[in-house]
Design a protein around this ligand. Structure first.
Ligand code: SF4
Ligand code: SF4
Length: 371
C-alpha cells in the first residue's frame, strides 16, 4: 500500500486550448514537464503506457494522436514505452491477445507510427499473470497482468467516462480492472464461479478441458454444469468457450465490488518502485465506458487533460470538473446525475474514492495547478 499523503496532492490541469504558436504537442509536453516525470525514469526503463484501445464500435477512446507526443516525451527521457491493455472477461474483440492487438491496430495504434509496440499484458490467452501479495479486507493476493508487473515503470492514461457499475471510470478503474488478468477481473466482479447458460452451450467440452479443478461437468443434456465449491475463479473456461455460454456472476454487491477495485488498484501501485504518473483525458466524456462498443453522445463539453501522481486526487478533481461542467451544460443537476451516476456524493464513485483513500493510495484533498 502507498503512504498516506500529508498535504493535498497536486493535480495539473490543461484545459486543452492551444494557439497557432503554442500547439497541442507543445502544450502536452509542457504538462508532462510540469509533472517532472523525467526525474522518475531511468534510461532504458521499459515503461507500460496503460490505455484502453476502445471496444469495436466505440468511437471516443483516447486517440493515438493524443498519445504520440506523450510517447515521444517518454523516449526523450530515455524510457522505452510500450502501449498496453489486458484481455476482457467476456468473449469479444478484446477477449484474447491476438484479436485485441489487431483491434488496437484498427483503431490507429500503429507501432510504426507511434514507435511503441502494442503488448497485451496478460498474453494471448489471459494467462500471463503474476500473483501479488496484498493484505486487504477482501484479498490476500491479486492476479495482475504479467507484462505490467514486469515493466520498470508505468504511465496510467485513462479516458474519463461514466460507468454503470462504478459510477465513473478513471485512473482507479484503469489500474484495478485494467491491469488485472481475467482471473483478477473475475475476483473483483464475483464471489462465485461462472454461470453457465444452457441455451447457448453447444456441448463442445472446451471448458472442461481447460478447467484445472474439475469444477465443470457434463449434464445429461450435454450442456455444462458448474460445481461452485471446486471453482477457484481462474476464468480459463470463460476464455475457452467459443459460444459465450459462460459468464462471470456479475451479481457482486456494489460496495464490495468497489472496495475490491480499490484493493486491486493499490496492489498494482505496490509493484512499482518509482511513482506512477496518472493522466485523465476529459475529452469526449460519455455516460458509459469505452468497453460498451457503441457511439455515445458526450455528457458535457471537452474539459482537457489532468495529470497527477495521486490517482484518488486525480479522479476526484476530474469528477468535480465534470460535475460542474455537466450541470451547467445540462441545465439541471438531477438530469445530469442520471446521465453520469458517479457524480453525486454517496453514490458508487464516491465510495470508491473514499475506500481508496482509506487504503492510503491517495487523497481526495487536492489543489489544481492550471497550466
Ligand atoms: S473459473 Fe477456472 S476453476 Fe472455475 S470452472 Fe472455470 S476453469 Fe474451472
Ligand atoms: S466451452 Fe462453452 S459451449 Fe463448449 S461445453 Fe463449455 S460452456 Fe458449452
Amino acid at each position: 500500500m502507498g503512504k498516506k499523503q500529508a498535504s493535498p496532492s497536486r493535480v495539473f490541469y490543461w484545459d486543452h486550448s492551444t494557439t497557432r504558436h503554442y500547439t497541442f504537442e507543445a502544450k502536452l509536453r509542457a504538462l508532462l514537464k510540469e509533472t517532472r516525470i523525467g526525474a522518475h525514469l531511468q534510461s532504458g526503463d521499459l515503461t507500460a503506457v496503460k490505455i484502453h484501445f476502445g471496444e469495436r464500435g466505440t468511437t471516443s477512446f483516447i486517440s493515438a494522436t493524443w498519445l504520440k507526443p506523450i510517447l515521444d516525451f517518454l523516449r526523450k527521457c530515455g524510457a522505452r514505452p510500450f502501449l498496453t491493455d489486458t484481455n476482457t472477461l467476456y468473449a469479444g474483440s478484446r477477449g484474447n491477445g491476438v484479436s485485441h492487438a489487431l483491434l488496437a491496430r484498427e483503431h490507429g495504434f500503429d507501432p510504426a507510427v507511434l514507435q511503441a509496440p502494442v503488448v497485451i499484458a496478460d498474453g494471448i490467452r489471459g494467462t500471463n499473470q503474476t500473483q501479488v501479495s496484498f493484505q486487504g479486507k477482501h484479498f490476500q493476493a491479486c492476479h495482475l497482468a504479467g507484462d505490467i508487473t514486469a515493466a520498470d515503470a508505468m504511465l496510467n492514461c485513462s479516458h474519463f467516462t461514466g460507468h454503470h457499475l462504478c459510477g465513473f471510470a478513471g485512473a482507479l478503474k484503469n489500474l484495478a480492472m485494467g491491469c488485472a488478468s481475467p482471473r483478477g477481473k473475475m475476483q473483483q466482479h464475483s464471489t462465485t464461479g461462472p454461470v453457465a447458460q444452457s441455451d447457448k452451450c453447444i456441448g463442445c467440452g472446451a471448458c472442461r478441458e481447460v478447467c484445472p479443478t474439475g469444477a465443470l461437468i457434463r449434464e445429461k443434456d450435454q450442456t455444462v454444469g458448474v460445481i461452485q465449491e471446486r471453482c477457484t475463479g481462474c476464468a480459463l473456461c470463460l476464455l475457452a468457450c467459443p459460444a459465450n455460454a459462460l459468464s462471470p456472476n456479475w451479481d457482486t454487491r456494489g460496495r464490495d465490488f468497489l472496495e475490491k477495485m480499490g484493493e486491486y488498484a493499490a496492489a498494482v501501485l505496490s509493484v512499482f518502485k518509482s511513482p506512477v504518473l496518472h493522466l485523465n483525458f476529459l475529452l469526449g466524456i460519455t455516460p458509459g465506458c469505452d468497453c460498451e462498443g457503441r457511439s455515445q453522445p458526450p455528457v458535457c463539453p471537452d474539459l482537457g487533460i489532468l495529470a497527477s501522481y495521486d490517482p484518488v486526487a486525480l479522479d476526484q478533481a476530474s469528477l468535480n470538473l465534470v460535475n460542474s461542467a455537466a450541470w451547467a451544460h445540462a441545465g439541471s443537476p438531477e438530469k445530469e446525475a442520471a446521465l453520469f451516476p458517479g457524480i453525486p456524493p454517496g453514490t458508487q464513485g464516491d465510495h470508491l474514492l473514499r475506500y481508496a483513500e482509506r487504503l492510503g493510495i491517495g487523497s481526495r484533498a487536492h489543489t489544481v495547478v492550471s497550466l
